[in-house]
Design a protein around this ligand. Structure first.
Ligand SMILES: NC(=O)c1ccc[n+]([C@@H]2O[C@H](COP(=O)([O-])OP(=O)(O)OC[C@H]3O[C@@H](n4cnc5c(N)ncnc54)[C@H](OP(=O)(O)O)[C@@H]3O)[C@@H](O)[C@H]2O)c1
Length: 299
């Protein structure tokens, strides 16, 4: 006799055969191969233990990718890896400083040597930085911290993976910007400069690597409420609210009020978009800045 547990969704179902010869379905987690957006793609995620990096890892895993998660803190990386493995993925983690050109290149080379290719590279590294202060109250160091940090790490990781992607004639580099790229107002100088520069970097890199079959897509999400528990953004936005003399909840709710949809995006939405952008279904998309601001900005 066979006991079949019917799956109500479209996911594939693994069966175990018990000694009594009954078959019992395991909880379905992973899509059937043919339905997977990223089946057998090799993805390296810098900042893989972070809020966006971890969310992307889960979705990339569900979509069939082989994952290499890179960051500085092992507990955060292991937690993200466990969540991705629960989706059925093969996941490796490595401690690498994403600002260190030599270390990043060495790790990327090791990945390429081990599995033969790198199809997707997501840089989801994030740095706490100063927002909310006027120019007269901002030190040069605080202003430059996000500018140098984001531009350095994205250059370092893109340079390391692009060598392999050019050689294989394909690949997707994903970067993450912020609405500051297009906003104006007090207290945004470092954030605006780094975000606009990162978008410019992504556009220019797309033009450079396009003839080699390598795509570059930048996503620009607004602040995500479900990232606050794990992201550097909670401390950063908290200081901005304090500088404005507004309670944090009120300050953060004000961000949603300024969007067309009256709400902010959530991590899974950004991760789903990243998976699509990384997939062959988006093969005509490059040099694009994806506006995931829920309408805080219109194009
Ligand atoms: N959260 C939001 O609402 C939001 C909105 C728009 C855009 N973004 C953008 O999304 C990106 C990620 O933000 P997030 O919210 O996911 O940040 P997060 O949760 O704080 O994660 C940041 C990650 O970056 C890693 N990291 C920092 N410095 C590193 C270094 N030198 N080498 C390697 N890894 C390093 C951290 O690793 P360790 O923990 O090991 O240090 C952490 O895993 C940023 O570019 C940010 O601007 C975020």
């Amino acid at each position: 006799m066979h006991v079949l547990v019917t799956c109500k969704c479209n996911l594939s179902v693994a069966f175990v055969r018990l000694r009594c010869n009954h078959r019992v379905a395991l909880i379905p987690t992973r899509k059937a191969g043919g339905d997977m957006l990223l089946k057998d793609k090799v993805a390296v995620i810098h900042g893989g233990g972070g809020s966006i990096g971890g969310a992307a890892a889960r979705v990339f895993a569900r979509e069939g990718a082989r994952l290499f998660l890179v960051g500085r803190s092992r507990p955060r990386l292991e937690a993200a890896a466990d969540a991705a493995r629960a989706e059925g993925a093969d996941v490796s983690v490595a401690l690498v400083d994403a600002m260190d050109e030599t270390a990043v290149a060495r790790h990327v080379d090791e990945v390429a040597d081990a599995v033969g290719r790198i199809d997707i590279a997501l840089n989801a590294v994030g740095f706490d930085h100063v927002q909310g202060l006027a120019i007269g109250e901002t030190s040069l160091e605080d202003y430059l911290h996000p500018v140098v940090g984001y531009l350095r790490t994205n250059f370092v990781t893109a340079k390391a993976v692009s060598r392999h992607m050019i050689a294989q004639g394909s690949g997707v580099i994903l970067t993450v910007s912020t609405p500051g790229a297009r906003l104006t107002g007090r207290g945004l100088l470092g954030n605006a400069a780094q975000s606009a520069a990162l978008e410019g970097f992504s556009r220019a890199l797309a033009g450079e690597l396009g003839p080699d079959g390598v795509r570059v897509v930048c996503v620009r999400p607004h602040a995500m409420p479900d990232a606050l528990a794990t992201s550097y953004t909670r401390a950063m936005f908290g200081r901005s609210a304090e500088a404005g003399g507004v309670p944090f909840d009120e300050w953060f709710a004000g961000l949603a009020d300024m969007t067309l949809l009256g709400r902010l995006p959530v991590l899974d939405e950004v991760a789903e978009y990243l998976a699509f952008a990384a997939s062959d279904r988006a093969r005509s998309m490059t040099g694009a800045i994806a506006n995931l601001t829920a309408g805080a900005l219109v194009d």
